[in-house]
Structure formats: structure tokens, C-alpha cells
Design a protein around this ligand. Structure first.
Ligand code: GDP
Ligand code: MN
Ligand code: MN
Length: 242
């Protein structure tokens, strides 16, 4: 038996508003208890009707000013501001805290895989989305909703978990001994992000059409619900705000 198996779910159609993702995925893949299903936030957002037309945004003076300074469409900047509860950086790109607590460039709004003059917001509450999909699958399947993001200090994109259900997000290694018997004091491993990134590797970023991946045989934590760094502990965030 391998330590872990990964399956790309093939045959997912182009997703539109009100598509029932859980039944589509269930019809394409035979889920078993203990599987971890990773779904690109893109298709969750599409199913939830998070498409918007740029023409429907009326930029404020603030959005116009930011847009001019970073050379972006003011309507797009307005969309980002609308999805944000706090702006951490305006220049050279918009880094914001989304309404559900995830920090990302452009509030995770995508312009790829959607069509001209259209944008796709992230799901409104990705944890609730993951929960609903898990319930609809009707098995003990952990669900992780992923989004590809840039990372500070590193070149290249990778995915993180923006929503999850039926899985603990952090594995706590504190108190366990290293190979020399020294007890670990601070290590929390971001398991849900690691799984999200592995899934992203199989999904691809362009026209692959493979937005869902299942891992089987993976031991994952069952408790813990944190990935977004609490504001008061986030030293980098404090320094960004100056
Ligand atoms: P994000 O990382 O969640 O922003 O999603 P991406 O736009 O990078 O897409 C991830 C994967 O999903 C890629 O393989 C895309 O080709 C695929 N994808 C996006 N939308 C659809 C869709 O509606 N149907 C299918 N089958 N694949 C899609
Ligand atoms: Mn995205
Ligand atoms: Mn992606």
C-alpha cells in the first residue's frame, strides 16, 4: 500500500451558477470514508454565482486614485475594495484582508477562466461552502477549498486552503521529541495548506479543466480550525501597516 494516493477527477464540466458540485463530483468519483477532496475555489465560486461584470462597478474617488497609481482598471479596484475588510498594501499591488479573513492579493478575485470583462470573486464564506459540500457527499470526506496565491519571500505561486471542513488544519508537534530526544516547542504544521498545494500541483493553472483532486490514505488532523493568523500575532502585518 502506498502511503498516500492522489486522484485527479476527470470529466468535470464547465461549471455555471447553481450547478450542484457535490452531485457532479459524486457521479465522477467513488468517494470513500477518510478521503480528502480538494476543490479549486474557482469552481465553488462559479457554482455559487460569484461572477461579476466589470461594467456593474462604480468606482469611488479612492478606487480611482489607487487604480491610477498601480495602473489597473478602477472598476476592478472597486471590486477588490468591496470584498475587503482591510487594505494592507495599495502599491505596487492591492493586498487585502477578505471579508472572511484570508489575506490575498486582489482579494483573490480572478480574471482567468471566466471570460472578457468578467471577474470571479472568491466564495463568500468558503468554510461554509466546504461544509455544505461535505454534508452533501454524505460520507466522511474532508473537503478543502484551494486557491492559488503568490507568497511573500518566495518566487512562484502555490495553493493555500481558503475553506475546509471535516479536517483539522494544523498538526501540533509541540511536546513531541525530535531524533535526539529534544522536545519540540513551537512547531504547528499547516497540513491543510500542504494538502492544498499538493492538489494544486495536480490541478494545473490554465486550461487543464481539472479543478478537483482526491487524496486517499492520508492521515490528517481531525481538530483545529486555524490558518488565518490572528491580527494581534501577525508581526509582518503590523509592519506592513507602518
Ligand atoms: P484557482 O486556483 O482556484 O483560482 O483556480 P484556477 O483558475 O487556477 O483553476 C484551477 C483548475 O480548475 C485548472 O485546471 C482549470 O483549468 C480548472 N477549471 C477552472 N474552471 C473550471 C470549470 O468550470 N470546469 C472545469 N472542468 N475546470 C475548471
Ligand atoms: Mn484564484
Ligand atoms: Mn489556480
Amino acid at each position: 500500500m502506498p502511503d498516500m494516493e492522489g486522484f485527479v477527477i476527470r470529466g468535470v464540466p464547465v461549471i455555471g451558477e447553481r450547478d450542484d458540485l457535490a452531485s457532479i463530483l459524486r457521479s465522477l468519483f467513488d468517494f470513500k470514508d477518510g478521503d480528502v477532496l480538494c476543490i479549486a475555489s474557482t469552481i465553488v465560486a462559479k457554482a455559487e454565482g460569484m461572477f461579476r461584470h466589470l461594467k456593474d462597478y462604480r468606482p469611488t474617488k479612492n478606487a480611482e486614485d489607487i487604480a491610477a497609481s498601480i495602473n489597473r482598471d478602477p472598476r476592478f479596484v472597486q471590486a477588490v475594495l468591496d470584498e475587503s475588510k482591510e487594505v494592507l498594501l495599495e502599491k505596487p499591488f492591492l493586498l487585502v484582508v477578505t471579508r472572511f479573513g484570508h489575506i490575498g492579493v486582489n482579494a483573490g478575485i480572478d480574471q482567468s477562466n471566466v471570460g472578457p470583462e468578467m471577474i470571479l470573486l472568491l466564495p463568500k464564506d468558503p468554510k461554509a461552502s466546504a461544509d455544505a459540500i461535505r454534508t452533501a457527499l454524505g460520507k466522511d470526506v474532508a473537503v478543502i477549498i484551494t486557491d492559488t496565491c503568490g507568497r511573500p519571500f518566495r518566487c512562484g505561486v502555490a495553493a493555500v486552503a481558503v475553506g475546509w471542513a471535516g479536517i483539522g488544519t494544523l498538526r501540533d508537534w509541540r511536546g513531541e521529541a525530535d531524533i535526539h530526544g529534544k522536545k519540540l516547542e513551537i512547531t504547528l504544521e499547516a497540513v491543510a495548506d500542504e494538502i492544498a498545494s499538493a492538489a494544486n500541483l495536480l490541478m494545473g493553472e490554465a486550461g487543464d479543466g481539472t479543478p478537483a483532486v482526491v487524496f486517499r490514505g492520508l492521515k490528517y488532523p481531525r481538530s483545529g480550525d486555524h490558518l488565518f493568523m490572528p491580527k494581534e500575532l501577525d508581526i509582518i502585518r503590523r509592519h506592513l501597516k507602518g
